[in-house]
Ligand binder design. Structure first.
Ligand code: EPU
Length: 424
């Protein structure tokens, strides 16, 4: 079914939103349940299309899964998991599918998977994952788009240095290492909040993991892990997107379950724009927008740098700020496609390689726009809330992959937004 979102210029958003669990935590944590045999239960699970897709993938391996949409929980019973082959159909729908490799190699010594899909943000290779596995003694063979990975002997604990702190490669090697005898060391590891969430559940399962500053993870392999219950960390990217929606409408919002302590640089940039923010000890955020936002510049970087996943929503807010903002995307080679759509709405943006220069304008105007990835969809919704007239956004499947009921949450704050089904 084809859907579109209609957005109209909205009054100042006002109210309180309970955030969903983090998409980028729940997907990897769902794969981590494969490391143990038994029934795990996850709470604060976002009900989004990527979660449905991960359920299909794990079910295809033999897991029995019970999703409770009212309770936002999922029970995953991995007792009868007896397969290590994932079909291209299950791999292609999202990038996170590659995260089954680590758990399957740890549990069975084998993983046969197709190359993963996901948002088109540039080449997105998986060489760091594969080089790490190879160092641990895994033989990797390619058959067209299929990867056959197997460890002739048991996996070996090794020192693995990443050229770049890849989130997915860190997660995959970390999960494989939990059941690998000896000490595995990951240097230049990614330490995104979602990786802390993964480490938190793995530790409950019985894994022995230490984080050594600045960016080393040490894992002492154990013989067995047990199934546990775990509450998924709240979504900092959903939090950021909602704050920006409030910002462009001049609104006031509270996010009582926000992971505000993991959002420092992003929140600093909002303050620099002139918005008022307070973060409580438990991470809860109180936000009041300024009516006269100033443009700020930023560069995306691995955590604790400015998150690439908030680059598009933040860029949308810069379109209406006073002054000029320079935004440099360093994480992905092709994550500025939303600029074309924002230009249709009257934004003044020029692009030089990976750097966008945004000159603030007095007004944006509604247009027909197409979302090209998850975060671009949030950016276009944010721009639409501040634009005169009506914005119609297609490519809604991107929004539904990464956000649970984003339209309904914004509508509950007073936004004029609705999702409709196309008749054609
Ligand atoms: N990279 C390589 N080789 C690799 C792995 C990564 O060259 O083997 C490159 C990528 O092409 C990219 C950069 O390294 O240019 C960063 O990739 P990373 O591996 O860190 O990202 P990921 O694990 O594929 C996760 C999130 C992304 C988020 C990035 C960065 C999940 C499921 N996805 O992706 O989330 O942008 O980390 O923080 O956790 C999103 O939520 O919209 C999203 C794209």
């Amino acid at each position: 079914m084809c859907q579109y979102v209609i957005i109209e210029k909205s009054p100042a958003l006002k109210g309180e939103i309970l955030l969903s669990g983090a998409k980028n935590s729940v997907l990897v944590i769902m794969t981590s349940t494969l490391l143990a045999s038994g029934k795990s239960k996850l709470y604060n699970v976002p009900i989004s299309d990527d979660v449905y897709q991960m359920i299909n993938l794990l079910t295809s391996l033999g897991a029995k899964i019970n999703l409770n949409e009212q309770e936002n929980s999922v029970e995953i019973d991995t007792t009868n998991v007896d397969k290590w082959t994932v079909s291209p159909e299950n791999m292609k729908k999202m990038r996170a599918s590659i995260l089954v490799m680590g758990p399957l190699l740890a549990r069975f010594g084998k993983a046969d998977v197709a190359l993963p899909g996901g948002c088109v943000l540039g080449a997105r290779p998986i060489d760091f994952h594969l080089k790490g596995f190879a160092k641990m003694g895994v033989t990797i063979e390619f058959f067209e788009e299929f990867i056959k990975a197997s460890a002739p002997q048991k996996l070996k604990a090794e020192k693995i240095v990443f050229e770049y702190p890849s989130v997915g490669a860190t997660e995959n090697i970390l999960m494989a290492a939990t059941l690998t005898k000896g000490k595995t060391t990951i240097l230049n590891a990614a330490l995104e909040p979602e990786i802390f969430d993964l480490i938190s559940i793995l530790t409950k399962m019985g894994a022995k993991i230490k984080i050594l500053p600045p960016a080393t993870i040490e894992i002492e392999g154990v013989d067995q892990l047990k199934s546990v219950e775990h509450e998924i960390l709240s979504d900092r990217l959903e939090a950021g997107s909602i704050l920006l929606a409030a910002a462009v409408t001049g609104g006031t919002v509270k996010l009582p379950n926000a992971p505000g302590n993991f959002m420092d640089l992003f929140l600093d940039k909002l303050s620099e724009m002139g918005h008022t923010i307070s973060v409580e000890k438990n991470g809860a955020i109180d936000f009041k927008a300024t009516k006269t936002p100033k443009a700020v510049s930023f560069k995306t970087m691995p955590y604790p740098g400015f998150p690439t996943d908030l680059q598009a929503p933040m860029l949308a807010a810069q379109c209406l700020a006073s002054g000029t903002s320079t935004i440099c995307e360093t994480v992905y080679e092709s994550r500025l496609i939303h600029i074309n759509e924002l230009q249709k709405m009257g934004a003044q943006i020029s692009l030089n390689g990976q750097t966008a220069v945004v000159k603030g304008v007095d007004a944006l105007y509604g247009a027909n726009v197409i979302a090209s990835d998850i975060r671009a969809s949030a950016a276009l919704v944010i721009a639409g809330l501040a634009a005169h007239g009506q914005t119609i956004m297609t490519g809604v499947h991107h929004l539904k992959r990464g956000y649970q009921n984003f339209d309904q949450k914004l509508a509950s704050l007073g936004a004029k937004i609705k999702m409709e089904d196309s008749v054609s």
